[in-house]
Ligand binder design. Sequence first.
Ligand SMILES: Cc1cc2nc3c(=O)[nH]c(=O)nc-3n(C[C@H](O)[C@H](O)[C@H](O)COP(=O)(O)OP(=O)(O)OC[C@H]3O[C@@H](n4cnc5c(N)ncnc54)[C@H](O)[C@@H]3O)c2cc1C
Length: 495
Amino acid sequence: MYVVYAQTMVFLRKKGKSYMHHCKKCDVEFRKKSTLEQHIQYIHKSDFPSVKKILILGGGFGGVNVLREIQNIFQNKVNVDISIVNQDNFFLFTPMLPEVASGMIHPRDISIPIRTFCKRAKFYQAVVSSIDLEQKLVTISRQFDGKVHALEYDYLILSMGSITNFFGNKNIEKHSFTIKTIEDAIGIRNHSINMLENAGQTSDPDLQQKLMTFTVVGGGFAGVETIGELNHLIRESAARMYPNINPEKINMILVSSKNGILPEVSKSLSEKAMRSLKNQGIQVITKTKAVDADEDYVLLDTDEKIPCTTLIWAGGVTVDPVIAGLKCEHGKSGKVQVDKYLRLIGYPNVFALGDCAEIIDSTTRKPYPPTAQHAIHQSHTVSQNLKVTLTGKDKMNQFSFHSKGMMATIGKRNAIVAIFGYNLQGVIPWLIWRTYYVLQMPSLGKKIKVILDWTVDSFFKRDLTSYGQIKKKNLTKVDIKENVVTLKELLFPDL
Ligand SMILES: Cc1cc2nc3c(=O)[nH]c(=O)nc-3n(C[C@H](O)[C@H](O)[C@H](O)COP(=O)(O)OP(=O)(O)OC[C@H]3O[C@@H](n4cnc5c(N)ncnc54)[C@H](O)[C@@H]3O)c2cc1C
């Protein structure tokens, strides 16, 4: 008996007691329909007409969690084709980036290759260069030669996070480090160690002070955690390895434009955190903005000029220009606006979550804060609602989440935690922070590696090796010939 699929090249053929899936073009049979589907896609570069294409843009907290959930939901269903695009080939566990910047954790231990999550999804390491919501088309430019390709979708998930916002200040952009990517964290670590080496080789007190002054702008999680970690690294390393550095020349400065730090936590906990930073020798300047910078200074809007060779900018975020340019409704900082089911307003086949979406809390009427824990919870809602949209079964879930706690590290064995109405600060909250975040890591291997990094750091002194510049090779002139197995086919077999 034959059953003809909508596409003429495939049959279901009964052989003995079981049905075999048959490709008429090649005259080969497959036991599983999914294997036949892959054969059609890879060999004939075609799809089943009934296959629905789900495309996830961004492999961070939002994107990777949606990917993992929908792969489980649609486990053996062959009528969905899932793809994910991310500019790096790994998922980055950002809450531990400041610990990478201070050298406590190895960069590889907080980066997990996205392919390890792809049980049945395709992964494209490429930059999303445009999204056409009307044509349901996304263009991506692949990394190795910059060539642009189009991907069609039936359902789109926008989870492209945020980018650093310099508010148009070119000098600050040029002369500052940021703390968003793994390269940023490696760069800050290398630079900080170089500053220690330079300061250790000068007897000029003013120059030594300039080299040993670290200014972090931004009183949010990223800024506070970074200054806490750097303070530990610089003070401890100087005391241990650089006898020439006068400890009084070390200045650690945190600049916040708000009337305090960590706006996500209560006023009393924010004040506790500020006191603790000050006790560790960190100067906290509030209600102040950085307005200009050069190689060796930062200028504040109070006209104070801070002589320093290190400026780290964690002073604001905005959305990727591709998200900002979407023809849909936008909220603050260009974030896309969604309905209570996390669907893009006016586009029921497009979902958005995480830092690139403005999601309003129906109780407070304010947008939910851009945190990893919110992105993770939003991923549950998006996955469920995608399932409902595709299957027509069940009712859509409205997104609602009330965080049970907020926490941040604020230096050596020190953290603040707001949990179940309690505001805590010190070693116990620091242990809670570590336990919570290590449990959140989506890989057992990396969990173990991070615990090992922490253990080694408790018993041994910090490694002060500076890695210097890493050379990259471009492959823009690689000649891609047709009809032979090429680099193109190896990297992008289905394009
Ligand atoms: C230093 C630091 C510390 C933090 N600490 C905490 C913390 O302690 N607790 C907490 O809850 N939150 C913390 N956050 C915030 C948290 O990281 C974000 O809220 C969370 O990552 C948002 O998830 P997302 O999926 O929206 O974006 P992301 O996790 O940023 O993922 C977005 C992904 O999209 C990719 N992407 C973006 N544009 C493109 C493009 N054009 N083409 C291809 N790929 C693209 C990016 O490379 C990235 O992989 C911290 C953030 C930083 C930077």
